[in-house]
Design a protein around this ligand. Structure first.
Ligand code: NAP
Ligand code: HSE
Length: 432
C-alpha cells in the first residue's frame, strides 16, 4: 500500500468527456491500482476540455473542467493528451500543437485520422512522440495493433469488415425479425446506436473512414477517405433481404480493401454473403474484421464496435502503451506480467451443465429413482428425453441445470452403483 502511495504520477488531459471520454475517466479511476501494476506509475486525469463548463456531468468533478485549451497545452505537468471530442477542427490543431509541445497523443477520431492521418503521423515522427488511435476503428477490437504489430511480417492482401455497429444492427433486425428499414432505424435510434442524424452510419461514411485507415496500415500505402467508393444501406428493402435468404445469403454492409497486382480496391457497400461465411454470423451492433495474409491465411477479429466502455477500453489500452513508453517500462515487457496471486480453482468447485446419455431398465419407477438421486445431490434436471427402448432397456438423455461439479459427481457415484442403470454412454458439458 505504501509502495502504491509513493508511486510517481503521469498526468493526462481529456479533450471531451461525452460518451467515450466519460468511459475513459471511469476506467482510469476504477482501475487505478491495476494500472499502477501494469504501467509502473499512477495515471491521473488532471484536466478535461469541454465546450460548456456549466453543464453538470455525472461522476466528473467540475473542478477538472475547462473550456480553455491554453490551460492544457501550457501545463507542463500534463504529458498525455486524449482527444475524444470528435470532428476535424479544432481537434486537428490541438493534436498538432500538443505533439509540437512534446506531449503524447491518443485519439478515437476516425474522421480526423482518415483525412489527416499522414500529416498527424508525420508530425508524430518528427517530434518522436506517440500518436495512438486504436479506438478509431472497430471500437474495442485491437485491429490497429494487429495490423501494425502482430502481422508486421505478413503480406496482407485483403481486409473485409463489418465496422459500423448501427447499420449492422439495422440489417440484423431486418433479417431476423422482418422489420422495414425505417422500423429498424427507429429501433437503432431508440437504443442510442444511431445518432439524431444517422447519415454518417447509414450512408456508409463511418465505415468508409475505418476501411481507409485499415487499408493504409495493412498495405503500407496511404488510402484516404476520398479514395473509398461508398454505398450505404438506405435503399435496402425487406424484399432484398427475403430474396437474399432464398439464395442462402445475408446482406451485410462491408468495408472491403484488396491489394491487387494493378492497385488497391477499396469500397464500402451492402453485399450478399453466404450464410455460412464467418462474417454472416456477426449480428446486432457487433463488429468483425476478416484479414487475409499470404502466410497466415484467414484470421478474424470480433467485438463491440462502439459504446462508452468498449471504446474507452481501446483508449485506455493505448494510454497504458503510451505511459509504458514514457516510463521506458516497455523495455521490460518480456518479463512476466503476472502481478496478482489468484488461486486456481479445482474443477470440483466449478459449475457446469451436463448432458448425460444412459441406458436404464425399462420399467415403472426407474425415472423417479434417478430423479431422486439427482435431487438429493442438489442436481436440478432441465430436460429429459427417452427416444429408444429395446429388449427391456430404454435410452434416456438428461440435461441438467448448472450445478457444482462436486455435487454432480456425487450423484454419478450413486447412480453408477444402481442396478437399474445398465450403462452410462455419454457425459458431456453443455455450454451456457
Ligand atoms: P460526444 O458524446 O458527442 O462527446 C464529445 C465531447 O467533446 C463533449 O464533452 C463535448 O463538450 C466535447 N467537445 C466537442 N467539441 C469541442 C470543442 N470544440 N471544444 C471543447 N470540447 C468539445 O462524442 P463521443 O461519442 O464521445 O465521440 C468522441 C470521439 O470518439 C469521436 O471522434 C467519435 O468518432 C469517436 N468514437 C466514438 C465512439 C462511440 O461509440 N461513441 C466509438 C468509436 C469512436 P460538451 O459536452 O461541453 O459539448
Ligand atoms: N457510429 C459508429 C457505429 C460508432 O455505429 O459503429 C462510432 O465509430
Amino acid at each position: 500500500m505504501e509502495e502504491i502511495q509513493n508511486t510517481k504520477t503521469i498526468k493526462a488531459a481529456l479533450l471531451g468527456v461525452g460518451t467515450v471520454g466519460s468511459g475513459v475517466y471511469e476506467l482510469v479511476r476504477e482501475r487505478q491500482d491495476d494500472f499502477i501494476n501494469i504501467c509502473g506509475v499512477r495515471i491521473e486525469i488532471a484536466k478535461i476540455l469541454v465546450r460548456d463548463t456549466s453543464k453538470s456531468r455525472e461522476g466528473i468533478p467540475s473542478s477538472l473542467l475547462t473550456d480553455k485549451w491554453e490551460e492544457i497545452i501550457r501545463d507542463d505537468e500534463i504529458s498525455v493528451i486524449i482527444e475524444v471530442m470528435g470532428g476535424i477542427e479544432p481537434a486537428r490543431t490541438y493534436i498538432l500543437e500538443a505533439m509540437r509541445a512534446g506531449k503524447q497523443v491518443i485519439t478515437a477520431n476516425k474522421d480526423l485520422i482518415a483525412e489527416h492521418g499522414h500529416e498527424l503521423l508525420s508530425t508524430a515522427e518528427e517530434m518522436q512522440c506517440d500518436l495512438k488511435f486504436e479506438a478509431a476503428v472497430a471500437g474495442c477490437i485491437p485491429i490497429i495493433q494487429v495490423l501494425k504489430h502482430s502481422m508486421a511480417s505478413e503480406d496482407i492482401t485483403e481486409i473485409m469488415g463489418i465496422v459500423n455497429g448501427t447499420t449492422n444492427y439495422i440489417l440484423t433486425r431486418m433479417t431476423q425479425s422482418g422489420l422495414s428499414y425505417e422500423e429498424a432505424l427507429q429501433e437503432a435510434t431508440d437504443l442510442g446506436y444511431a445518432e439524431a442524424d444517422p447519415a454518417a452510419d447509414v450512408d456508409g461514411l463511418d465505415a468508409g473512414r475505418k476501411i481507409a485507415i485499415m487499408a493504409s496500415i495493412a498495405f503500407h500505402s496511404r488510402v484516404t477517405f476520398s479514395d473509398v467508393y461508398i454505398e450505404g444501406i438506405r435503399k435496402i428493402t425487406a424484399k432484398d433481404i427475403y430474396y437474399a435468404k432464398e439464395f442462402g445469403s445475408v446482406i451485410k454492409l462491408l468495408g472491403i480493401a484488396k491489394k491487387t497486382e494493378d492497385g488497391i480496391e477499396v469500397k464500402v457497400l451492402p453485399i450478399l454473403i453466404p450464410k455460412d461465411h464467418p462474417l454472416a454470423t456477426v449480428n446486432d451492433s457487433y463488429n468483425a474484421v476478416f484479414v487475409h495474409g499470404t502466410a497466415s491465411g484467414d484470421t478474424m477479429y470480433y467485438g463491440r464496435g462502439a459504446g462508452k466502455l468498449p471504446t474507452a477500453s481501446a483508449v485506455t489500452g493505448d494510454l497504458c502503451t503510451v505511459v509504458r513508453h514514457l516510463t521506458e517500462r516497455h523495455n521490460n515487457l518480456h518479463v512476466c506480467s503476472c502481478y496478482r496471486d489468484i488461486p486456481v480453482k479445482n474443477i470440483k468447485d466449478t459449475c457446469s451443465r451436463f448432458f448425460l446419455r444412459l441406458q436404464v431398465e425399462d420399467r415403472p419407477g426407474v425415472l423417479a429413482n434417478i430423479s431422486s438421486v439427482f435431487g438429493t445431490s442438489q442436481v436440478s434436471i432441465a430436460q429429459v428425453v427417452q427416444k429408444s427402448r429395446e429388449n427391456g432397456v430404454a435410452e434416456l438423455v438428461i440435461i441438467t441445470d448448472e450445478v457444482k461439479e462436486l455435487y454432480f459427481s456425487d450423484a454419478m457415484s450413486i447412480l453408477e452403483q444402481l442396478s437399474i442403470i445398465k450403462n452410462i454412454s455419454s457425459l458431456i458439458r453443455v455450454y451456457e
